[in-house]
Ligand binder design. Structure first.
Ligand code: DQA
Length: 149
């Protein structure tokens, strides 16, 4: 059975650490990836970690994941609030999906309060900073264990 988890990151997250640090902090996406790989090892998960500024690329990774993965952790960034196409792609997956936001989107502008992705997510983590990623992996590992036992 697959223990592969895709960790997908949307637009502008390549600038993590430099971009609005008062909101997103100083950790880079490379730091987040290292953290995810360390936690994944403890959880016996294999990680495919990606970031893109292009909607189609994220959709293509979701299509890849649906063939070979056991779950997805996704921070769709601004596409969270706009993308029916990413929602449709996620709806083709039969495994658990966890949505992550570094910032507490509910404390921010009203347009960030709605998420298309939340309608397909098993759970949502927001406002835990970059720590949200390892927490999402822990939850996903539990859900995968439950579904494979
Ligand atoms: C974000 C929140 C989104 O509203 C925003 O567009 C992002 C990052 C977060 O991680 O807090 O780019 O997803």
């Amino acid at each position: 059975m697959s223990r592969i988890v895709y960790v997908l990151n949307g637009p502008n997250l390549n600038l993590l650490g430099k971009r609005q640090p008062a909101i997103y902090g100083y950790e880079t996406l490379a730091d987040v990836e290292a953290d995810c790989r360390r936690v994944a090892q403890e959880l016996n998960l294999e990680i495919a970690f990606h970031q893109s500024n292009a909607e189609y690329q994220i959709i293509d990774w979701i299509h890849e994941a649906r063939e070979r993965a056991a779950g997805i952790v996704i921070n769709p960034a601004a596409f969270t609030h706009t993308s029916v196409a990413i929602l449709d792609a996620l709806n083709t997956c039969e495994f658990p999906i966890i949505e992550v936001h570094i910032s507490n989107v509910h404390r921010r502008e009203a347009f960030r309060h709605h998420s298309y992705v939340s309608t397909v997510a098993s759970g949502v983590i927001a406002g835990f900073g970059t720590q949200g990623y390892p927490l999402a992996l822990q939850r996903l590992a539990r859900l995968i264990d439950q579904s494979q036992n």
